[in-house]
Every structure is written in C-alpha cells, then in structure tokens.
Design a protein around this ligand. Sequence first.
Ligand code: PHE
Length: 463
Amino acid sequence: MAALDSKQNNLNTTMQREGFTSTLGAIAATLGSAVGLGNIWKFPYVTGENGGAAFIIVYLIFVLLIGLPLMLGEFIVGRRAQANTVGAYRRLAPDQPWFLGGYMGILAAILIMAFYSEVAGWVLAYIAKAASGALNGISGLEAEHIFAQLQGQVWQPLIWQWVVFLIIAVVIACGVQKGIERMTRTLLPILFVLLLICDIRALTLPGAGEGLRFLFAPDFSKITGPVLLAAMGLAFFKLSLGVGTMMTYGSYMTRADNLPQTAAKVAFSDFLVSILAGIAIFPAVFAFGLQPEAGASLLFLTIPMVFNAMPLGSIFLVIFFVLAGVASIGAMISLVEVPVAFLVEEKGWKRSRATGFTIFFMAVLGILATLSGSTLSDQQIFGMNWFNLYDYISSSILMPVGGLIVALFVGWHLKYPVIRDEASNDGTLNNAGLMKVYTVIIRYITPVAIIVILLSGLGVISL
Ligand code: PHE
C-alpha cells in the first residue's frame, strides 16, 4: 500500500511539473547544456595549456570512466525523485545528509555562471566587432591587442555581460519546454556544419601539420597531478556534471526516455564537437605564430584569423560567433535552472521570482569576474584573480566533490532494483548485462578515480 501511495505521489508530481515533451526534446536539452563555450572556448585553451594530445587522451578516459557513469547516475536520481537536486536527495534519502550535495551543486552553478556569462559577453562583443569589420585582415599581434583591450576595459565587458543575462532571462521566461528545446534543436546542427567548414580551412593552412601533431601525437611525460585534475575538471565542466544540472534535467525526462542511451549520445556528440573545435583552432595557432598556452583568449585570437584566410570569411566570422553565442545559451539556461528549480520546488517561490533572483545574484558575482580583467586585476586570492578563482573552485573542487557524492549515492545508497528499473524503463529495455557492469563502475571505479585525482591534483598525494 505504501508503495502504491508513493507511486501515486510520483505520478501526481510528474503531472504537475513541466517536463520535456519528447525523447528528442530531452536529448536536445541535455546536449544543449553540455555543448557550449566549454567545447569551443574552454576545451581548446585547457588542452593548449596542458600539452595537447596526451591531455586529450586522459580527458577521454575520464569522460568514459567518470563522466558517462555520472551522467547516467544523475539522470537516474533525477527521474526517480522527480525533483530538483536538493529535493531529489531529500526524497530518496530522507533524514540523511546527502542533500548537502545538492546545495553544493547550487553554489557551483552560481560560480560557473558568474564567469561563464563573462565569456559569453566576450562572444557578443566579438559579434559586434566582426560585423563592423574590425577583425578583417588583422595580424596575430593585432588580434592579441584587440582582445586585451576589450578585457582591460571596465564598462564594455560589463555591459555585454548584462546583455547576456538579459537574454537568458527572456529565454527562461518562456518556460522549460519552449525556451530550451526549440533553440537547441534548430541551431546546434548549424554550429556543427560551421565547425566543419572551419576545420577544412584550418587543415589547409600552411603549417597545419604542427597543430595536428599537437592535437594527436601524445607526449605522456606532460601528465602530472595538476594536469590530471585539469582533465577531470574539464570532463565535469563539459558534461555539466556534479552541479545538479543533469539531475534536474533527468527529472524532466519522461518514463519513455532511454537514460543510458541519452547519456552515451550526449557524451559522444559533445566530445566530437570539442575535437572539431580543436581541429579548427590548433593548426591556426601554429600557422599564425600564436601560443597554444595563450589561455582564456585562445578562441578569440585564432578564430578571426582562420576566417580571415577564407573567402567570405568576414560573413562566416559573424555567423560563427552568433552560433557560439547561441550554443552558450543552452548551457547557461541549464545553470540557472539548478537554483530556480530548487527555489520553486523547495521554497515555494514563483518561477518568475526565482529566475529574477537567481540571475541577479549571478550577475552581482559576475561583476568581480569581469572586473578582474581591469580594475581588480591586481587582486589575488590564493594566487588567482576572481575569474580564475571561480573557475578553479567550481571545476577542480565543487564539481568533482559533487560528482563523488552522486557516485556514492547511486552506487551505495540506491538499491540495485532502482537502478535497474530506471535504466531499463521498468524492464522494457534490454540492458541488464550492461547495467551490471555499470553498478561496478559507479560503485568502485568512478569514486576511487575521483578521490585519487582530486588528491593528486591538490598535491596531497603524488602519483
Ligand atoms: N557544459 C557547459 C559547456 O561546456 C557548461 C556547463 C557546466 C553547463 C556545468 C552546466 C553545468 O559549455
């Protein structure tokens, strides 16, 4: 009877909550969260800073052993509980402290958004620059100058960042289904094609070979504890894990959605987009005499030069930044959605109020990240400026710890029948063997890997 009651409860809440309309919608939205500036901005620059091919191989291993299992884990928890991240832990483990993991995720989402919105602001600024012709025919040195000038100003980057928040607010006001699904479904394929065009141009640049060697010929002597942690942090960041995003999105999926398959599709496509971005960027880095270690500016230095070397390049350049901006929207919406779902479901706030409050809060913290390029550039906290600090705390600490909590929760707290029922849609999907392997990975391999990498990256142990 109790079981029946809880089933009834579940049904009721499912009906009251707004979810994704179809399987395609669920994949589009989760893919929309994963694919974003992480692929075209972060993946290349972090790869550049950490030595190239060997880093990518380690990253890929982490995607498979840590990212993919955790994504499925978050889907399982979210869809089972039909709730936001704090609520999900609370429902599935009443009176136990697991829900603290949910709060940590909310904090991570806020910090990520505080610097992510700045990068999205740079993208908007570059749309304007590209459209005005300011990037036509520039040299490597000029490219560096233009970026440094944007970042070094006070008001310009701030205003662009606020425009980003405004856009997000408007999109979210349209609700889960319409806002998120429609944007993603139409525009991601176009971005993909444009990246392919970029790749072809980049590969035919004189000196492209060196960029390809950097991307594909591994030198494992470059792998150290901090490099491992950077690769793991990137896997979390890329796949939107350890924040509660995929848990919240899992809660919007229907009983018909195939969770393991969705996770695999998203992880695979996301990796593909990152590699395509790498192929567009690194040949250009070497062809134009830029530095692979250029850091957060890498995308903004290389892409204008790739397009400059192409017929109709100035038009494609505008389109590229527009699509990059659009791709970032899905990711940002999913970041805002974590606290919003929490405020609405746990605190009873109205959706509009929760959204306004969350965005305002993120924008205030975002000011520090943006000013760290100008007025606050001398301010160092643990040897980092605000921008890097937000990034480091989220990618290297909060997300891995959040992911560890997910792994322990799924692997040790949830009972096997729950995992099996969610992963197989109550036995209608034929994946029992796979799920046996999955439980071993999520119980032992994922958590141990996270702990070891975290400790070695923080210098507590040396491998
Ligand atoms: N995955 C997104 C990207 O790569 C960023 C993100 C991180 C989104 C965490 C949500 C949660 O752009």
